[in-house]
Design a protein around this ligand. Structure first.
Ligand code: CO
Length: 654
C-alpha cells in the first residue's frame, strides 16, 4: 500500500478547509501530561493549560492526555493542586476531545500494587470525574495486574486501551525474550481481555524505524483492535519510526505541541501534519491553528518553565539511551539523586551496573515503577557494595519484586539475589506465584480510620490511600489546617520574565558583582547569640568595631531549650549542626537525601543490630534503615514527613 497517492501541491490548503482523508492518521496529543512530565518534571500547572485548552479542543485530536502517570503525585506534592480538580477544570474548556490518562494498572498512579478496593474506587472516581480513555499498562507486561481495573473501566462505559511496554535486551528487536512473537502474543492477550485499542508503549524511545514497521505490520495482521504507537523522542528515532509505522498501517500516533516536544518528550505534531499533507493519511489538521497554539504556549506559558529544562547540554538527543535503555524521566532522576549525594562522577559506574541489576531482576522492562526500582537499586549497589559483597543494601521494592508483588518477570529472577532479598522478609521467604493483589489486604477502611475527618470525600480518601504521607500534608494545606509553603505556590509570568531578564543580563556581564570583603579576625570581645526567627535558628557572633563590647554578658531568661531544627533550609540559614542535641552513642545517619516515612522504633526502645529503625523514602523507594549497633534508642531527631540531607544524624543508639 502506498501512503502518498497523487499529490498536487498547488491544491493543498493549510487551513481548515482541507479534507481529512478517510483513513487519516489519528493523533493523540500528550502535551498536557507526558509532554511536561518528560521535559519539566511534571510541574505543569492547570492554570497554564487553560490558555490553550479551547484552541486545542478545536484541532480534532483523537484524544488529549491530561492526567495520570506522575501528575497525581506531583500535583499534590509539589504544586499544591488537587489532582481530581484538574480533570474537572479542563473539561470545562475541552468539551469535544476525549480525555485520556495513563493508568499503571494495579499501581494506579503510584509506585506499588494497591489492594483491589483502592484500584476499584480509583478507576470509578477517575471515570466519574471525566476521564474517557484509560491507557493501561503494567511494568512487567503481566496482564493479571489488569484483572481488577479493566472490568471497572468497561462497567463505566469507558475506553480500555491495553499497552505493551516496549523493551529490548538486544540493540534491535529480537533475541530470546523481547522478539516479534513476544509482542504478537501480548497483543492477542490484550484483544482477549477486550482491549478497545492496543498501544505499543515505547517509553525510552528504543523502537527503531524498521522494527516499528515489523511490529505494527505483525500486529495489524494478527489482532482486530486499532493499533496506537507511543514513542519517546529520547534517542532521536521517533519521527522516523512514526513514518514507518504509518506505512505499516498504524492507526493512532502520539505527539506533542512543538514547545512540549522533542528531547525526552515526543515528536512535534506540526512536522507530522506537514509530512502527511496531501497523502491518503492526511490528518486534515489546520496547521495555522496548530501554529497559533504553539505561539501562545511559547509566549505565555513556557517562560515559567524554561528554568526546569536541562540546559546543561546542547544536544537534544541522548544516544546513550540506546545502550542503557533508560527512560528520560528515570535518567534525570538518577542524575539529580547522584548530584544530591555528591556522586555525579560515578554516573558511568551506574550505567555499567544497570544492565546487570536488570538481568538479576528478571530482565524487566524499564518503566515506572520498575525503572525506579532497578535505577535506585543500581545506585545503592554502586555506592554501597564492596568487592566481596553485592546487594549490600536492598530496597523494600526490590524485596517486593523478588517476592512476586509486582507480578511475573519476563525471565526468572537471579536465585541468589532473590534469596538474599527475601531473607527475613516480612511477607515470607517463599515467593508467591499468584496475581499479586490477591495477597494484599483491603486498604480503604484502614485509610479511612487513619485520615479521619481530614478526608472530606472519596476523592480525598483515595488520594490519602495512595499517598499517605504527602497526601495528608496536602489535605492539611487544602483545608487550611497547615500553612501552604512558599515553594509549592505558583510563579507569575511577570516574575518568570523578570528572572529570565536577570539571567540574560548576568550572561552579558551587565550585573555588577558584589565586592567580596574579607571578614576581620574575631577579637576577644566577640559574643555569640542564638537567634530564633519563627522556626529557624541562627548562631550570630557580635563584636563592636574598634572597642569594647557594649554587651558584656547575656543571661537567658530561662534555661536554653534545644533549638528547633530548621524546617526548611534557606540559603541564608546555616543548617546549624549545633541544633541537634548532642547525645552519646552511635549515630544512624542518612545514607542519602530523602523523606522519613515511618518510625519503627521510639526513644527508649531496645534494638538489635540490623533491626530496622525507620523508613527513609529516597528516589520514591522505601528504604528500611537498620540499626548500626545493638542498644537503646537515645534520640530520634526527625519526625515522619521530615526531609533530611545525606549524612544527617537520624537517630542515636547508646
Ligand atoms: Co510516555
Amino acid at each position: 500500500m502506498s501512503t502518498h497517492g497523487k499529490i498536487k501541491t498547488t491544491d493543498i490548503d493549510y487551513g481548515p478547509e482541507r479534507k481529512k482523508e478517510k483513513n487519516a492518521v489519528k493523533i493523540q496529543d500528550l502535551s498536557l501530561r507526558d509532554g511536561h512530565q518528560s521535559l519539566f518534571a511534571t510541574r505543569g500547572r492547570t492554570e497554564d493549560m487553560i490558555p490553550v485548552a479551547e484552541m486545542m479542543d478545536e484541532v480534532g485530536f483523537w484524544a488529549t492526555e491530561t492526567w495520570g502517570g506522575a501528575t497525581f503525585d506531583t500535583m499534590h506534592r509539589f504544586l499544591n493542586e488537587d489532582p481530581w480538580e484538574r480533570i474537572r477544570t479542563l473539561k470545562k474548556y475541552m468539551k469535544k476531545t476525549p480525555f485520556s490518562m495513563l493508568l499503571r494498572a494495579q499501581n494506579l498512579v503510584g509506585y506499588r500494587n494497591y489492594a483491589d478496593d483502592v484500584a476499584e474506587a480509583f478507576v470509578e472516581r477517575a471515570a466519574e470525574n471525566g476521564m474517557d480513555v484509560f491507557r493501561t499498562f503494567d511494568a512487567l507486561n503481566d496482564y493479571r495486574n489488569f484483572e481488577t481495573v479493566v472490568p471497572i473501566i468497561k462497567k463505566c462505559g469507558k475506553h480500555f486501551q491495553g499497552c505493551i511496554c516496549y523493551t529490548l535486551t538486544e540493540p534491535r528487536l529480537g533475541g530470546e525474550v523481547y522478539n516479534l512473537d513476544y509482542y504478537v502474543k501480548k497483543a492477542k492477550d490484550l484483544e482477549d481481555m477486550g482491549a478497545d485499542t492496543i498501544c505499543v508503549k515505547d517509553m525510552a524511545g528504543l523502537i527503531a524505524p524498521y522494527d516499528a514497521y515489523e511490529i505494527i505490520k505483525a500486529l495489524k495482521d494478527s489482532v482486530k483492535p486499532p493499533i496506537h504507537l507511543h514513542s519517546h523522542f529520547t534517542s532521536g528515532m521517533a519521527q522516523m519510526s512514526h513514518l514507518k509505522a504509518i506505512e505499516a498501517g498504524v492507526d493512532i500516533i502520539d505527539t506533542c505541541m512543538a514547545p512540549y516536544a522533542f528531547r525526552t518528550s515526543h515528536p512535534a505534531i506540526e512536522p507530522l501534519v506537514m509530512a502527511l499533507l496531501g497523502t491518503n493519511r492526511d490528518t486534515g489538521f489546520d496547521i495555522k491553528l496548530l501554529a497559533a497554539i504553539s505561539e501562545k504556549l511559547e509566549k505565555e506559558v513556557m517562560p515559567k518553565y524554561r528554568y526546569l529544562l536541562d540546559d546543561t547540554k546542547m544536544s537534544i538527543i541522548d544516544i546513550n539511551v540506546l545502550l542503557h535503555q533508560t527512560p528520560g524521566g528515570m535518567l534525570s532522576n538518577l542524575v539529580n539523586q547522584l548530584r544530591d549525594m555528591d556522586a555525579l562522577d560515578r554516573i558511568d559506574e551506574v550505567y555499567a551496573e544497570l544492565p546487570r541489576v536488570r538481568r538479576d531482576l528478571g530482565q524487566v522492562p524499564l518503566v515506572t515503577p520498575t525503572s525506579q526500582i532497578v535505577g535506585v537499586q543500581t545506585v545503592m549497589n554502586v555506592l554501597n557494595d564492596t568487592p566481596g559483597e553485592r546487594y549490600k543494601m536492598i530496597t523494600d521494592q526490590v524485596k517486593g519484586l523478588c517476592y512476586g508483588l509486582y507480578g511475573k518477570t519476563a525471565v526468572p529472577i537471579n536465585e541468589e539475589v532473590q534469596k538474599k532479598a527475601l531473607k527475613g522478609y516480612e511477607r515470607g521467604e517463599e515467593p508467591i506465584t499468584c496475581r499479586p493483589a490477591e495477597v494484599l489486604a483491603p486498604e480503604m477502611e484502614t485509610a479511612k480510620k487513619e485520615i479521619g475527618d481530614l478526608a472530606k470525600d472519596l476523592d480525598d480518601l483515595i488520594l490519602y490511600a495512595i499517598y499517605p504521607v504527602t497526601g495528608r500534608k496536602f489535605l492539611q494545606w487544602k483545608y487550611g489546617k497547615a500553612p501552604v509553603p512558599e515553594e509549592v505556590k505558583p510563579r507569575s509570568l511577570e516574575q518568570a520574565l523578570a528572572d529570565e531578564e536577570m539571567v540574560r543580563k548576568a550572561r552579558k556581564g551587565l550585573l555588577i558583582e558584589k565586592v567580596e570583603k574579607d571578614s576581620p579576625e574575631k577579637g576577644p570581645g566577640v559574643r555569640s547569640f542564638n537567634v530564633f526567627v519563627d522556626d529557624e535558628y541562627f548562631e550570630v557572633d557580635v563584636e563592636e568595631v574598634g572597642g569594647a563590647p557594649v554587651v558584656t554578658s547575656v543571661v537567658p531568661s530561662s534555661a536554653p531549650a534545644a533549638p528547633p531544627r530548621p524546617a526548611a533550609r534557606t540559603a541564608a540559614a546555616k543548617p546549624a549542626p549545633a541544633a541537634a542535641p548532642a547525645v552519646d552513642g552511635t549515630a544512624l545517619t542518612a545514607p542519602m537525601p530523602g523523606m522519613i516515612t515511618a518510625l519503627e522504633k521510639n526513644v527508649g526502645d531496645v534494638v538489635k543490630e540490623g533491626e530496622s529503625v525507620l523508613v527513609l523514602e529516597a528516589m520514591k523507594m522505601q528504604n528500611a534503615l537498620p540499626a548500626p549497633v545493638s542498644g537503646t534508642i537515645k534520640a530520634i531527631n526527625f519526625a515522619v514527613g521530615d526531609s533530611v540531607s545525606k549524612g544527617e544524624v537520624l537517630c542515636v543508639i547508646g
